[in-house]
Design a protein around this ligand. Sequence first.
Ligand code: 4AD
Ligand code: MG
Length: 431
Amino acid sequence: MRVRCYIEDIGNHVGETVTLEGWLAGKRSSGKIQFLQVRDGTGFIQCVASRSDVGDESFAELDGLTQESSLRVTGTVAKDDRAPGGYELAADSVEVVHVAEEYPISRKEHGTSFLMDHRHLWIRSSRQFAVLRVRATVIAAARRYFDSRGYTLLDTPILTPAACEGTTTLFATRYFDEDAYLSQSGQLYNEATAMAFGKVYCLGPAFRAEKAKTRRHLIEFWQIEPEIAYADLDEIMDIQEEMVCEIVREVLSKREPELGILERDLEPLRRVEPPFPRIAYGEAVERLKASGQDVEWGVDFGAEHETVLSQQFDRPVLVHRYPRDVKPFYMEDDPDDPAVTLSVDMLAPEGYGEIVGGGQRVEHLDVLERRIAEAGMPREEYAWYLDLRRYGSVPHGGFGMGIERLVTWICGLAHIRETIPFPRMLSRLRP
Ligand code: 4AD
Ligand code: MG
């Protein structure tokens, strides 16, 4: 009988005979032995097939077998400390399921644009495998963080009639006879569900027609966004801090092999423990000036500013109370200083910049009406949102964490494009 086994579980089967079902990632041979690098989507392992064990016919078939051919390998699991994953499979038999055509991605260096054109295949490579496995763990950990604390997951619409994050990055589409926009954030709807369910979150794609080509921006990205009734700015910061710590801890405990493939230095990740430094925007400006940055009070921080700031700390830093002019209409004023808002961004260390944005929301109807008018937004489209300030309005707040930004930092990548299976970027809609 065939005992199917996944590579990630192989350590539980030392000395047993198991069958792996996977693909040939690479191969070398030494006359009488073929060393097959096999992957199955949960990991990579070396299978050793000797002519005497698998027989002449099978051995000859393996000799010419192309990269990415699919196969079933049955053999005995052995512990081997020199092997990359710590185990090896001594093959008794190999069944070739499909002989692949010549594979376009070889071991030689390929340019990014070639790899991106072959993204549907590139995701099979070990580094891409590692990044996307970390992504899945980040999402699972983030969801568990909220699920285990009594938050209700409530999905918000993707097709919407109005902006949440300003009109410049709106992605327009048609909704039968009307203009519609793809959601930039679920926040406004989260505020409604928070008034109905107390603590809520949504997880989904966000769309922004960002005209800038940067290492940090995608056109389509994923956000997890909690919203909490009766929460103030300090509580919002506490939640961000606790959530990020829990996610990083879970990735460290579950995805060490993947971080190893990425050669990620784990020390900076192990330092991600509370408390995170909290600095006001005004102090951040002073720090930037002191490090020679060209910046004045009142400007929004650019990527360069965030990089410089985040390099000053050994763990994520919370920058709070940004000026009114650089934040969206829904941010509550600071009662102690009307020039600033009760907003907060979390900047990742090692120069990665903003990974989380949020704050406390405007609570009172008259203020919100004024903000909507000042922003030149169509009041009718926000009538339902204004209702939330008519019927039992309470202080509340929340935030959005960009999944891909977090994964870029945790994996230590130079560019965000590898953190989502099929990135949508300024000049890329395919594959
Ligand atoms: O700071 P942002 O724009 O905040 C909001 O959308 C709020 N409405 C969220 C809320 O309070 N519920 O976006 C939140 C996060 C950013 O910190 C960043 O991590 C990520 O979303 N993000 C992007 N990630 C990739 N590509 C882009 N173009 C992104 N824009 C924002
Ligand atoms: Mg932001």
